[in-house]
Design a protein around this ligand. Structure first.
Ligand SMILES: Cc1cc2nc3c(=O)[nH]c(=O)nc-3n(C[C@H](O)[C@H](O)[C@H](O)COP(=O)(O)OP(=O)(O)OC[C@H]3O[C@@H](n4cnc5c(N)ncnc54)[C@H](O)[C@@H]3O)c2cc1C
Length: 534
């Protein structure tokens, strides 16, 4: 094709625009991720992650992702003859993205191949594929997460698990979750959906759910009020009583159909003990919370890379942006946040490979709160690094920003996640010692971290005794816990330039309130080069 500059009527040459970051080896360019996976027991999966990383950074993957975002899902409630069908039309690119995820086992690896480190490997795979399309990771995450809850009903696990863990996209099964109702999402005790026992031992489920992502799922876990109290049930998506009211018109994850549904006497089979539905479904929710954390860390990684790439190719006022000191500060600050999030996600993923239930319990809630909260600010600042181009859809940055608040909202919105930490600390005496033991394994490396942990312990101690309502202080305490864990991980495992800038800006509070305010003396150049060598 003739270039614009060669044309006799050309008005200008296109200059000083960044080149597309394609193809790009998403995993190989990510030193913090590779180091974290090796450290957390996932070394044996590196080749798989490298492989999906090449695909993730291909033009093909990008085009599929953009296409299914553009061609949003459409609900068809009836066929041409007026029969109720409740089908969702999904773009073929959606299926391409799902198939690649499933054939690589992101939905099932630790259950199908429960080797030590399997959760870390799976987290690495998810981290990379999430950077292609966050919407697709919702059903992938739910299918992965349903297994521990389903195993509370061995007959149902026997029936469904082989299909749920299958890597065959056509023959396998996908799982979802339907808890949230109009009158209360966080407070599921307010659920009004009823479960009436039937003669054959099943239940007839009647009611509504205000959010139900991915109605094409084969099965869902749902909560309903049985005679014994709120209970967890397995229902099938193809049940004629399962009706989709409408799809949500959402801020982000627009490729993903999220819906409102009604249950008109749907057949439900009990999972776990009747009356203990929350305790059962929480086994699923713990894993989806981990995935929220992985997803937010992945989004930060994607934003960091795009920002650095742009700044290396764009000049203003006589220098490339990356060489402009104010921009170097922004990029390094974004990179530090991204590395801290990556290290946290991978450390906590490893906790799912090990016995340490107390650390897993509290660290998941702490970091689900903290890392997911940081993601939208991070995406916004990464977008701004691209200037006006960042505000334009083709850059991918608007989608990153739109998708970024979701992980903080679902599976326990900010306050709910923070309060969950207080609940864990109050009710489970092993949680705080397990958390502090992990954090304090970094003691003695950086005085600012040590001081932060001392202040945190004091704050945690006074929470219980000061007579005020500890909930008022929940976010502040949980933020400090999240920072303590990240600081500890970085002083132990990251290069000194990264750990030093983190401790100075986040723990000693020598930095400001927005990204790009690392204190003078921070080695921004080294931090940027480590973050993205491409
Ligand atoms: C895109 C998308 C997809 C979703 N998919 C699903 C799905 O597949 N299945 C499903 O079941 N749900 C799904 N949800 C629902 C989601 O999990 C809920 O929206 C979420 O749990 C919050 O519930 P709520 O909307 O009822 O808000 P509320 O519970 O009313 O909360 C509103 C606000 O109040 C705060 N709050 C609540 N309780 C307290 C308290 N005690 N103290 C202080 N603050 C409090 C919350 O943190 C929040 O900020 C989805 C939501 C979205 C946006």
């Amino acid at each position: 094709m003739e270039s614009a500059t060669a044309h006799p009527d050309a008005t200008h040459e296109v200059a000083n625009q960044a080149t597309p970051l394609l193809p790009y080896k998403v995993f190989e360019a990510d030193t913090p991720l590779r180091e974290a996976i090796e450290r957390e027991g996932g070394e044996w999966g590196i080749e798989r992650i490298r492989d999906i990383g090449r695909l993730a950074g291909s033009r093909e993957a990008l085009e599929h992702s953009e296409r299914c975002e553009r061609n949003e899902p459409v609900l068809r409630t009836h066929d041409r003859y007026g029969n109720r069908v409740d089908e969702i039309d999904l773009d073929p690119s959606w299926h391409w993205l799902m198939r690649e995820a499933i054939e690589r086992g992101i939905h099932s690896l630790p259950w199908a191949d429960p080797r030590p480190g399997a959760h870390a490997v799976r987290a690495g795979l998810m981290f990379v594929w999430d950077q292609v399309n966050a919407g697709v990771m919702c059903p992938i995450s739910m299918t992965h997460s349903v297994i521990p809850a389903l195993r509370e009903a061995p007959d149902l696990a026997e029936e469904w698990e082989p299909r749920l863990v299958s890597r065959d996209y056509e023959r396998g099964a996908i799982a979802g979750m339907a808890m949230t109702e109009k009158q209360g999402g966080s407070d599921v005790r307010a659920n009004t959906t009823r479960a009436e026992p039937q003669a054959d031992g099943s239940y007839a489920i009647t009611g509504h759910k205000w959010f139900c992502s991915y109605p094409p799922c084969d099965i869902f876990l749902t909560l309903a009020q049985a005679p014994e109290g709120l209970s967890c049930f397995l229902i099938e998506g193809r049940d004629p009583g399962f009706q989709v009211q409408r799809l949500k018109d959402k801020l982000g994850t627009r490729s993903l159909p999220s819906s409102e549904v009604e249950f008109r006497g749907v057949t439900g089979r009990l999972v776990g003990e009747a009356g203990r539905g929350v305790q059962t479904i929480i086994r699923m929710v713990n894993h989806t919370r981990l995935d929220c954390l992985i997803g937010s860390a992945a989004g930060m990684r994607a934003g960091t890379v795009q920002a650095i790439h742009h700044a290396r190719h764009r000049s203003a006022f006589g220098r490339t942006l990356v060489d402009q000191p104010a921009m170097a500060n922004v990029l390094a600050d974004l990179a530090i946040e991204s590395e801290a999030a990556t290290a946290t996600a991978m450390r906590i993923a490893r906790a799912y490979d090990e016995d340490g239930a107390a650390f897993r319990r509290v660290a998941t809630a702490v970091s689900k709160y903290w890392v997911c909260k940081r993601a939208p600010q991070h995406a916004l600042e990464a977008l701004e690094c691209l200037g006006g181009n960042g505000y334009v859809e083709e850059s991918g940055m608007p989608r990153l920003l739109r998708d970024s608040p979701l992980n903080s909202i679902w599976e326990g919105s900010g306050n709910v996640a923070a309060l969950d930490v207080l609940r864990a600390l109050g009710r489970e005496p092993d949680c705080l010692p397990a958390f502090l033991a992990e954090v304090e394994s970094g003691s003695g490396s950086d005085a600012r971290l040590d001081a932060h942990v001392d202040a945190l312990k004091e704050r945690l101690g006074s929470l219980a005794v000061d007579g005020g309502d500890p909930q008022f202080d929940a976010r502040r305490v949980v933020e400090d816990m999240g920072l303590a864990l990240q600081g500890s991980l970085l002083v132990r495992h990251a290069p000194a330039v990264v750990a030093d800038a983190f401790c100075a800006s986040r723990l000693a509070r020598e930095g400001g309130r927005v990204f790009g305010t690392l204190p003078a003396g921070s080695d921004a150049r080294s931090v940027i080069d480590r973050a993205f060598s491409g």
